[in-house]
Write a protein of this length. Sequence first.
Length: 118
Amino acid sequence: MFLADENVPPKVVEFLRSKNHKVKYVREEGLAGISDEELIKSAVSENAALVTFDKHFGNILLYPPQKYCGIIRVNIHPPILEDVVRAFDEFLEKFDTSKLPGSLIILEREGFRIKRAR
């Protein structure tokens, strides 16, 4: 399951759902404007991987991957919707999402990088 941050475009949430992934969307859950700490706690309590554009969630010192059910940090600038959806499509084709817990995924226009707890 994914928890999509409020900065994730609705079309990306729709795409993930179209690929049969359960997605809770901060905007739909009445959680827009919550702090980052509340957001990550919500992801943990939902047993969900966080999907976000926020750069600081890619900092493994602040958010050690082993503490979370997965963090997918979208690093595509400018964030052209078609590029973001294409990157997610490629990621979902190549990555076993059951391996998300303990992983930080940096999703980029030309692929993705994985950082795992050691």
